[in-house]
Write a protein that binds this ligand. Structure first.
Ligand code: DMJ
Length: 571
């Protein structure tokens, strides 16, 4: 091959003089620096940036997958403990750059779940919940003869976190041991949110037929609870005989708003999966009655007679006894692909009544939602009521235009108040109920309200508020909760609730609630995940944090034809 000789370029050494070489090298190194520097200005989605800058930044976590960083963090809970308490793991933490900190935190949640799961498996396998101090199982009286509540409640969390070996064990247990032929007093509400919700989400996430088969069979066993003069179900049912009755403690044989009002999401999906419209008909009948009945000041009292269909007592609360009824109104609307106008209307009018009658500002400037007893306010907010920050947040966007920002602000204020209930305690965990009277501001005044049983509601609101605003404070608050859980609730054989959040030397209650695995750890994991892990546009979480897919409108609906709920396509 003949090289043409360029002017001024000798054949040897490309013919460059020393000064020319120097200028050329300078130019070359400038070019390289410029190209590399430009990578930093590329948008996140550009593949090159992901490849060049950091393998671990923004790890692509998809449902059921693992990610790079998680492989660097051993599943050994001791490692996590050390990481949080400044031991060996703390060094690992130091080596992690700021950019990776969020992903690192997310990865630490996986060993927490594994630790809770492994101990349940070791000491309480097949029973409902783990007693971590005495290292045995707990059956309780909420699920009738049903067993394995922690297993069914954990299926989706294990799957989402990519703990696949554990998920397979759980699935195998459901296949071989979840016995639905059972006698005993079961709470319709608890069986629905934990078992029906848990099996539904496991089915939708994995497509494993066994979950569908079990959930439809279980759903059918719940139907006799609706055989009342009004169709409002009673709270307790014997899954074997189908007889049902009201809770002994519920005023005059009444049914509880948060119980009969927290069936809608699951029952619509039961119709969807089984093709049996009965499930939908049952919950639509509840809706019809609630719409018809007169509401004091637009509020929904917590007790209703399943015989007469009248309110029994005028106690209104967005916390215990009322809470998830409101949650299911807005979520029914969202899960229907925003077609369920009736649910939307009911939700926003209920919100208006709640704001007018219950929302208060403390002397110290904290917004809270009080309880209402026949017109008299009780200036107390339960831990359970703290879910409302998230609920009001997810409902903000579909409210009346002039109210949208207001709802988002209200959601942020309530979440802030709930965070205060945590940060004002010695353990940095929140009490079961806190008050705003007699000089109290977001603190428990009664001894009996000082406990914390691993509840998720405050963290749930952090997760929603993070997704809605991306304000970093929600992740900071979530991390404070992780540190507090590690410090005060982790014991040698699992996680336990504590009896007094204000005592720096804690006393444990010996109970690892199944909702800790299903909700608390899942919401924390989602808080530190990217928004595309279970995006809120596609999934709605039931009140036990089990994700259910949005039921998409059919072509017919989109073009104006009316369609019954529960008859839509998922595709
Ligand atoms: C869970 O079972 C559900 O979140 C329910 O709606 C309320 N109570 C617990 C958690 O605190």
């Amino acid at each position: 091959m003949v090289f043409r000789k360029l002017p001024g370029v000798s054949a040897s050494g490309m013919g460059l003089r020393l000064s020319q070489k120097f200028v050329f090298l300078l130019f070359l190194s400038g070019l390289v620096t410029l190209c590399f520097g430009a990578l930093f200005f590329l948008p996140d989605s550009v593949r090159l940036k992901r490849i060049f800058l950091s393998k671990n930044e923004n790890p692509a976590v998809t449902v059921g997958s693992d990610n790079e960083l998680s492989k660097k963090v051993p599943g050994d809970p001791e490692h996590l403990r050390a990481g949080l308490k400044g031991g060996e793991g703390a060094n690992v933490k130091l080596k992690v750059s700021r950019k990776d900190e969020r992903a690192f935190k997310k990865c630490l949640l996986k060993p927490m779940m594994k630790f809770a799961w492994d101990n349940y498996k070791r000491y309480a396998w097949g029973q409902n919940e783990l007693r971590p101090l005495t290292r045995n199982g707990h059956i309780g009286n909420m699920f009738g003869g049903l067993r394995g509540a922690s297993i069914v409640d954990s299926l989706d969390t294990l799957y989402i976190m990519g703990l696949m070996e554990e998920y397979e064990e759980a699935k195998e247990w459901v296949q071989n041991n979840l016995n639905l032929i059972s006698n005993g007093e079961a709470s319709l509400f608890e069986v629905n949110i934990r078992y029906v919700g848990g099996l539904l989400s496991a089915y939708y996430l994995t497509g494993a037929e066994i979950f569908k088969q079990k959930v439809v069979e279980l759903g059918e066993k719940l139907l006799p609870a609706f055989n009342t003069p009004t169709g409002i179900p009673r709270g307790v049912i014997n899954l074997g005989s189908g007889t049902s009755w009201s809770w002994g403690w519920a005023s005059a044989g009444s049914s509880i708003l948060a119980e009969f009002g927290t069936l809608h999401l699951e029952f619509l999906h039961l119709s969807q999966l089984s093709g049996n419209p009965l499930f939908t008909e049952k919950v639509m009948n509840i809706r019809k009655l609630l719409n018809k009945i007169e509401k004091p000041h637009g509020l929904y009292p917590n007790f209703l007679s399943p015989v007469s269909g009248n309110w029994v007592q005028h106690h209104v609360s967005i916390g215990g006894l009322g809470d998830s009824f409101y949650e299911y109104l807005i979520k029914s609307y969202l899960m229907s692909d925003k077609t369920d106008q009736e649910a939307k209307k009911m939700y926003y009018s209920a919100m208006e009544a709640i704001e007018t009658n219950l929302v208060q500002k403390s002397p110290g400037g904290l917004t809270y939602v009080a309880e209402w007893r026949g017109g008299i306010l009780d200036h107390k907010m339960g831990h359970l009521a703290c879910f409302s920050g998230g609920m009001i947040g997810i409902g903000a966007d579909d409210g009346p235009t002039e109210q949208r920002q207001h709802y988002l602000d209200l959601a942020a204020e309530i979440t802030h108040t709930c965070h205060e209930s945590y940060s004002r305690s010695a353990t940095k965990l929140g009490p079961e109920a806190f008050r705003f009277d007699a000089g109290a501001e977001a603190t428990a005044t009664r001894l009996s309200d000082r406990y914390y049983i691993l509840r998720p509601e405050v963290i749930e609101s952090y997760m929603y508020m993070w997704r809605l605003t991306h304000d970093p404070k929600y992740r900071e608050w979530g991390w404070e909760a992780v540190e507090a859980l590690e410090k005060h609730c982790r014991v040698d054989a699992g996680f336990s609730g504590i009896r007094d959040v204000y005592a720096s030397t804690v006393s444990h209650d010996n109970m690892q609630q199944s909702f800790f695995l299903s909700e608390t750890l899942k919401y924390l994991y989602l808080l530190f995940s990217d928004d595309d892990l279970l995006p809120l546009e596609d999934w709605v979480f039931n009140t036990e944090a089990h994700p259910l897919p949005v039921i998409r409108k059919t072509c017919l609906q989109e073009h104006g034809a009316k369609h019954d709920h529960g008859q839509t396509d998922l595709e």
